[in-house]
Design a protein around this ligand. Structure first.
Ligand SMILES: [Zn+2]
Length: 231
């Protein structure tokens, strides 16, 4: 299984990395490039193998891993399942291609540490949702003269919609504070929908995230990765 991993040349100039000890740098680089790395950035790797391949003794490997997690906040390690989670992996390695997302979901489903699975599911929901609002924004810029913009909604209009809808998501029926509430354009901005009160509905962040791709949303729920459980 010949594989290549790309590392940004800014790695060595990153102010976060500057603060790492020599061994921490080596182990972190190892976690970004070893043969077990996958699409989702969470994979099984024993301390023993890490120690063997980096040449850092077992105790030091364990201590360095702890510091990468607790002090530098760049990874998480579950000592029961022996799974590593590289926290920023998604930023540099995920793409929005449907085929990639399918493979990603399969991998996330197989992660055994539940909090890691939830972390990745939430990241994926954010990742997909963000890409959707960017699209809306791009389309808006092209048609700005005639069309409304979702970010132009005034706070008072948002409150009016929330109150009218009794602080309840109009798609799944859940209420604040159980879920984070947002405003949905019933006819999307990109399709010419405006900010009239009749075109606005209360939606929870989870339903909003799933709107662009109901299949992905369904799968996220199936694997227990509902939004808002873990930050
Ligand atoms: Zn909802």
């Amino acid at each position: 299984m010949a594989q290549y991993r790309q590392i940004n040349t800014g790695f060595w100039k990153d102010t976060k990395i500057e603060d790492f000890s020599v061994n921490e740098k080596l182990i972190y680089l190892y976690l970004l490039t070893n043969s077990l790395t996958n699409m989702c950035g969470c994979y099984e790797l024993s301390l023993r193998q890490m120690s063997y391949e980096t040449g850092i003794n077992l105790d030091a490997t364990s201590a360095n891993l702890e510091r990468l997690s607790a002090v530098h906040d760049v990874i998480l390690y579950d000592r029961n399942t022996k799974e590593v989670l590289v926290k920023n992996w998604w930023k540099y390695n995920w793409t929005k291609s449907p085929r990639f997302i399918e493979g990603l979901l399969d991998e996330i489903k197989q992660v055994r540490a539940e909090d890691f699975r939830i972390f990745l599911g939430n990241k994926l929901a954010d990742f997909l949702w963000e890409s959707e609002s960017e699209t809306h924004l791009d389309e808006h810029l092209e048609h700005s003269a005639t069309r409304g913009r979702r970010t132009d909604l005034s706070p008072s209009r948002r409150m009016t919609v929330f109150e009218r809808d009794n602080y309840t998501c109009q798609y799944c029926g859940r209420k604040a504070p159980e879920v984070v509430l947002e405003i949905d354009h019933i006819v999307p901005v990109a399709k010419g929908g405006g900010n009239e009160i009749t075109n606005l509905a209360t939606i929870c962040r989870e339903c909003n995230a799933g709107k662009s791709d109901r299949n992905t949303k369904k799968k996220l729920v199936v694997i227990g990765c509902e939004r808002g459980q873990v930050d």
